[in-house]
Write a protein that binds this ligand. Structure first.
Ligand code: CP
Length: 307
């Protein structure tokens, strides 16, 4: 296993082998979380800083637990009560924290490119925890891990990503990740929220949910991102839900062994009906569980293997 990157900014720049290295490393870490003492020593003496400029439940908690299970110290930087509110720049903020001898920044920001900008100004590792509509690499890695764990492979599976692709960093990272590993990737939604020329990323496009779910091995629903929709992209939520929301009627057309996935947080009753989220083949909480192993692997490779 070789790893030569300081940072993890996106899956676009990773090779297939690098993605597979992360997934294989995550397999070795998964078991740690089911031990009575959920701790291993590789990051003992290292300090990981959570720098979240946007709300998060899953990613922030998952990174914190992953770092602690690797024996790192974790600092959760509180943006609202920091000098950012007095006008200090993000780069100055990161440099000042780095001057206190930390080893890694986990960065989430509403603007695409902020984690990369920080990474160019600090020598610590920087991991993108979601930047604007750009990428959310560890979400896609945990999704890849979950699909591989269920099907034993990624190559050849049909994954249909349904919903607000235009505003979704999760969709972009998943398209890069699944297509690099040989999956048949489809995106589906109303034309107003499907980016033009998305086919160039290696995906097929359909505006028909029936076509998307036909023979799909994975039906991946995206959250409708009301906070990023500055224009009216949809005539009504009710109409969106009727055409593209996963309900019992559409569920009946899905293969019995297909996985239903969602990155969270869910808008129950919009992109997914509540009863569908509770089906046996909905693996939404399994995704969350796997997030710890995948983030342990990413921290181990970027922080633990550095000289
Ligand atoms: N999936 C995801 O990124 O969830 P959070 O916004 O809660 O971190």
């Amino acid at each position: 296993m070789t790893w030569n990157r300081k940072d993890l900014i996106g899956l676009e720049e990773l090779t297939r082998q690098e993605i597979e290295t992360i997934l294989d490393t995550a397999v070795t870490f998964k078991e740690v979380s089911s031990r009575q003492v959920k701790k291993v020593p590789p990051l003992r003496g290292k300090t990981v800083v959570n720098l979240f400029f946007e709300p998060s439940t899953r990613t922030k908690t998952s990174f914190e637990l992953a770092a602690k299970r690797l024996s790192a110290d974790v600092l959760s930087f509180e943006v609202a009560t920091s000098s950012v509110s007095k006008g200090e720049t993000i780069v100055d903020t990161a440099k000042n924290i780095e001057a206190m001898k930390v080893d890694c920044f986990i960065v989430r920001h509403s603007i695409a490119g902020v984690p990369e900008m920080i990474s160019k100004n600090v020598s610590s590792a920087v991991i993108n925890a979601g930047d604007g509509c750009h990428e959310h690499p560890t979400q896609a890695l945990l999704d890849l891990f979950t699909v591989k764990e269920n099907f034993g492979r990624i190559r050849g599976i049909k994954i249909s990503i349904i919903g607000d692709v235009l505003h979704s960093r999760v969709a972009r990272s998943n398209i890069w990740g699944f297509s690099k590993l040989g999956a048949d990737v489809w995106v589906c939604g109303p034309p107003s929220i499907i980016p033009p020329e998305i086919e160039k990323m290696g995906t097929q496009v359909t505006y028909s949910i029936e076509e998307a779910i036909e023979n799909a091995d994975v039906v991946y629903l995206l959250r409708l991102q009301k906070e990023r929709q500055r224009e009216n992209f949809l005539s009504s939520l009710k109409e969106y839900s009727a055409f593209y929301g996963l309900d019992e009627e559409k569920y009946k057309k899905i293969k019995n062994d297909a996985l239903i996935m969602h990155p969270g947080p869910m808008n129950r009753g919009i992109e997914i009906k509540s009863e569908i989220a509770e089906k046996n083949n909905a693996c939404i909480l399994e995704q969350v569980t796997n997030g710890i192993a995948v983030r342990m692997a990413v921290l181990y490779l970027t922080v633990g293997s550095r000289k």
